[in-house]
Write a new protein. Structure first.
Length: 335
């Protein structure tokens, strides 16, 4: 089958499997390798050490799959128009873990590609690939000033999956860059983490600080954190391209009920795992959840929350204990 027909056959298969967008990048797509290396050299990845490992593999698909000829990028819309309101969890984490949902579908698509003679490697999030620049190279959209991928039909709310393949597919037409003079994401960021257009300092980003970062949240970021217990959507929520966002069709991404924050301070590890089983929040672990919950209660709680906060003042984990002290101080000062 010739390269265009093969691409269109696979697009039809991907859309039939429930993916919302599909594109193909050339195997030597420009993933802005110099920018990535500089970002790592500047330490902006914080303690996400895995990102600094093997930059050559991340920026050259043929180091991962030497016979690779093309790169498929698919997107799955996860937008939730009505998230629970008690406190905030990033929309991508409100329902089932996207890794499982995406990977199962990607493997199904790889199965079809195998019957067409291809050898494939599928990745969701954790692979040695730079999804966002690749998605832009595959014509899905463009990387906005917030560094997130924007797509004209779905805005910023796409999970991305990548398949390296030995099949020769015609690359998709690239999308124009459409941020224009807008700076809403830079202006709205509560911690000024988008230090310049297209430059995100993860060390200042609430998504990184509440999810990836393992130590105490630096004090300067605790008040700006507000009521965000897990992640941050601020730079996405303000993006004007999201006015065309549509609710996800994937039932497994429907928001689960949020637990009472105060009650979670008394949870055991088992209770935490039980509650968040099958969601992206589970990987956070109880101690980091409690660190974040204490910060949120310090910002938004009332006197009724003080007993639960005080019960953690002598916690065996110094990080949890210190965050409890901070939350108590903030709450007492406010009331
Ligand atoms: S996720 Fe939040 S903290 Fe991070 S860059 Fe966006 S607005 Fe700023
Ligand atoms: S908020 Fe504006 S500048 Fe930021 S990504 Fe969206 S369109 Fe681009």
């Amino acid at each position: 089958m010739e390269a265009v027909a093969l691409r269109e056959r696979l697009r039809a298969e991907a859309l039939a499997m429930g993916f919302d967008v599909f594109g193909v990048a050339p195997v030597h797509a420009d993933v802005r390798a110099d920018y990535f290396r500089q970002w790592i050299a500047d330490g902006m990845h914080g303690d996400m050490d895995w990102l600094a490992k093997n930059p050559e593999r991340r920026t050259d698909a043929t180091r991962v799959l030497p016979e690779a000829r093309s790169i498929i990028v698919v997107g799955l819309n996860y937008y939730q128009p009505h998230p629970p309101a008690a406190y905030r969890i990033a929309k991508y984490a409100l329902g089932a873990d996207y890794h499982d949902v995406m990977l199962r579908r990607l493997k199904k698509l790889c199965g079809v590609m195998r019957t067409l003679g291809g050898d494939q490697k599928p990745y969701v999030d954790t692979g040695p690939v730079l999804e966002k620049p690749l998605a832009a190279e595959a014509g899905l959209g463009w990387q906005g000033k917030s560094t997130i991928l924007l797509q004209r039909g779905f805005g910023t709310w796409l999970f991305l999956g990548v398949i390296l393949t030995t099949l020769e597919l015609e690359p998709s037409a690239k999308e124009a860059h459409r941020c224009g003079t807008c700076t809403r994401c830079l202006d709205a960021c509560p911690t000024a983490a988008i230090v310049a257009p297209y430059q995100l300092d993860a060390r200042r980003c609430l998504a990184y600080l509440t999810i990836e970062h393992d130590g105490p949240i630096p004090e300067e970021f605790r008040r700006p954190l507000g009521d965000r217990v897990f992640g941050c959507d601020e730079c996405l929520d303000v993006c004007p391209w999201n006015r065309w966002a549509k609710a996800t069709q994937e039932a497994r991404f429907a928001p689960r009920a949020l637990p009472d924050l105060r009650e979670t301070l008394a949870w055991t590890d088992e209770q935490f795992v039980e509650h968040f089983r099958g969601t992206p929040v589970k990987r956070l672990g109880l101690r980091r959840w409690q660190r974040n919950a204490l910060t949120v209660l310090g910002n938004t709680g009332t006197a009724a929350d003080l007993p639960a906060i005080r019960s953690l003042l002598g916690h065996a984990d110094p990080m949890v204990a210190e965050h409890a002290q901070w939350a108590e101080r903030e709450l007492v000062a406010r009331s």
